[in-house]
Design a protein around this ligand. Structure first.
Ligand SMILES: C[C@H](O)[C@@H](O)[C@@H](O)C(=O)CO
Ligand SMILES: [Mn+2]
Length: 601
């Protein structure tokens, strides 16, 4: 491979700095003995937490997470205010209070209503850290400021600086979700186009974005892409480089269209040029591009500060112009002609609700996301009838066909390796050879002319099996608001000839991930059919890894109830006040979210 094409080059990015974690060591305020005896240990706990978080967490852009520790231990309200001031000046957006001892409950807590908060009360016996934890959490609950409680399962000795694994897991889960909501806050969802074929998720709901996510909505008509192509409002040099790269790495497939609907070779070559320009322009619309300033387009150079976007495509655009599949697939991938880089998240069919779960998945895992239609439930009986093959292993109870043209990341091929197994990795861990393999196993077929009269190219691949994956989806429900669905499972691989028979019955030019959810015999997870039947919309985002617990924590911070999941109860981590809303975890969640309402209302 020519290494020149996988050099990491700086790319234009979002405005605003990454949020930081503020650490608040709280202490018993009594002088002349008590406080003095605890100062070193308390501050050490803050240092330990900061070290742990910075060593174990990265932002999705690859930078390390920074922690800001209060200048002094916090024994009362004056020192709490001093810490709040320091946090404000330093871009802190997530607050973690740590203490090994008793402190004055509501006098020491963080009162910022928008900042996700957790308190880690050291489980020792010498001083009552747990008693403070309970008192402070009671204060939070009484004041309507939900906070997460972290308390170790095992008793630790006073000078023990180790962070036990149960504490570590909760610290990371809390911090990563908190940073995710702080990262999306103030950023935009950019709609390129409007509602695609009546799809509910592309009826963009301003209220949801503003009140629940703290985000802005930006809108541009698809004619803006035409204008920029016609008037050469893009970086011509980047385009030339992209064209060479695409010719080398993007393998064109067969044209399955009936002869009378096939476009000429000349038109197909023009389509390649067109879709590359569409890709560059969609990215520039999202995040801006300083090169446009040099070309005399200062306004265009700024972009829309969009952390997510959606492209309507169908039908007005695709009935006339080449479709958006190339732009969606490439932007959503961790690499292009500029090298291996953070994905730009774009939803196909302008499905803004699916874009939001892609954003959740991306910010929680730092990896690219597969956008897919939840197309077909294939029972073992149906597979047997149609192909003669008996499903086995992870697939034995049946499988769900995840397939859509467009926004499935090429990382979803499963050609990136983690401990020798197929994976999707954060961009900074991806090897050049892995990016190249993702491209090698992807074929760009001429788009199906029945659907896409304007032509274009659809990415086709088959995900490797054995990847732990999580499907998720947000739906807006009149009378409730947003609800989140989660299904953990695995990608599975079928013998090539079996896949081919099934794939040929559907849209064989599109990428496929075969998904087997983990069943637990209850409710929506009684069997694979019931998972499919309970899915609340036509789309899902499929993320690498089992991230259901992380999504649940994130949703609770945003006050979005989870209506379906297959995560073990022990892994569910929500603000402590949730347990005041009943003893059944799902009922607690609905009542709590209804009680608190959206975070930014
Ligand atoms: C080509 C079709 O319009 C598809 O794009 C359609 O099945 C969908 O993806 C609906 O979500
Ligand atoms: Mn779709």
């Amino acid at each position: 491979m020519n290494k020149d094409f996988f050099k990491n080059e700086p790319v234009n990015r979002l405005k605003g700095s990454n949020p930081k974690i503020g650490i608040r060591p709280t202490i018993d305020g009594r002088r002349k003995g008590v406080r003095e005896s605890l100062e070193a240990q308390t501050m050490q706990m803050a240092l330990n937490a900061a070290k742990y978080l910075t060593e174990n967490l990265k932002h999705a852009d690859g930078t390390s997470v920074e922690c800001i520790i209060a200048d002094s231990c916090i024994g009362g309200v004056a020192e709490a205010a001093m810490a709040a001031e320091k946090f404000k000046l330093n871009g802190v957006a997530v607050s973690l209070t740590v203490t090994p001892c008793w402190c004055y409950g509501s006098e020491t807590i963080d009162m910022d209503p928008f900042m996700p908060k957790a308190i880690w009360g050291f489980n020792g016996t010498e001083r009552p850290g747990a008693v403070y934890l309970a008192a402070a959490l009671a204060g939070h609950t009484q004041k309507g400021l939900p906070a997460f409680g972290i308390y170790g399962h095992e008793v630790q000795d006073m000078g023990d600086n180790n962070i036990p694994s149960d504490i570590g897991e909760k610290l990371i889960r809390f911090a990563k979700a908190g940073l995710a909501i702080a990262t999306m806050k103030g950023k935009s969802y950019l709609s390129i186009g409007s509602v695609s074929m009546g799809i509910a998720g592309s009826i963009v709901d301003d209220h949801f974005f503003k009140n629940y996510l703290g985000m802005r909505n930006e809108y541009v008509d698809m004619t803006e892409i035409t204008r920029r192509i016609d008037e050469n409002i893009f970086d011509r040099k980047e385009y030339e480089k992209a064209l060479i790269w695409v010719k080398k790495y993007c393998k064109e497939g067969f044209d399955f269209n009936p002869l009378e609907l096939q476009q000429s070779r000349q038109k197909k070559d023009e389509n390649w040029e067109f879709v590359i320009k569409m890709t560059i322009i969609a990215r520039d619309l999202m995040v801006g591009n300083p090169v446009l300033d040099d070309l005399g387009f200062g306004e265009e150079a700024l972009g829309h500060n969009a952390i997510i976007s959606g492209f309507q495509g169908q039908r007005q655009w695709t009935d006339h112009f080449p479709n958006g599949d190339f732009l969606e697939a490439i932007l959503n991938s961790s690499f292009d002609w500029n090298g291996i880089r953070q994905p730009y998240l774009v939803a196909t069919e302008n499905d803004s609700l699916n874009a939001v779960v892609m954003l959740f998945g991306h910010l929680l895992t730092n990896t690219a996301q597969i956008f897919a239609d939840v197309r077909t439930y294939w029972s073992p009986e149906s597979v047997k009838r149609v192909t003669g093959y008996s499903l086995s292993g992870l697939a034995e109870n049946g499988i769900i066909h995840l397939i859509n043209s467009g926004s499935a990341t090429l990382d979803g091929t499963g050609q990136e390796m983690l401990d020798g197994k197929p994976a999707m990795k954060p961009y900074w861990e991806i090897e050049e050879s892995e990016a190249q393999k993702c491209l090698e196993v992807t074929t760009w077929y001429s788009a199906s002319a029945e659907y896409f009269r304007g032509g274009g190219y659809s990415s086709n691949y088959l995900s490797k099996g054995g990847m732990p994956m999580t499907m998720s989806r947000i739906n807006l429900v009149a009378g409730i608001g947003p609800v989140l669905q989660i299904a953990e499972g695995f990608s599975v691989e079928l013998p090539a000839e079996v896949h081919e028979v099934i794939d040929n019955r559907t849209d064989k030019t599109w990428p496929t991930t075969w998904f087997a959810p983990i069943l637990n015999g209850k409710g929506s997870f009684t069997d694979v059919y019931s998972v499919m039947a309970a899915w609340g919309a036509n789309h899902c985002s499929a993320s690498y890894g089992h991230i259901g617990a992380d999504l649940i924590t994130l949703a609770s911070m945003l006050r979005i109830p989870v209506c379906m999941h297959n995560v073990d109860e022990e892994k569910i981590f929500r603000p402590s006040s949730w347990s005041a809303f009943g003893s059944d975890k799902e009922a607690q969640d609905y009542r709590s979210c209804a009680n608190y309402g959206p975070l930014y209302k």
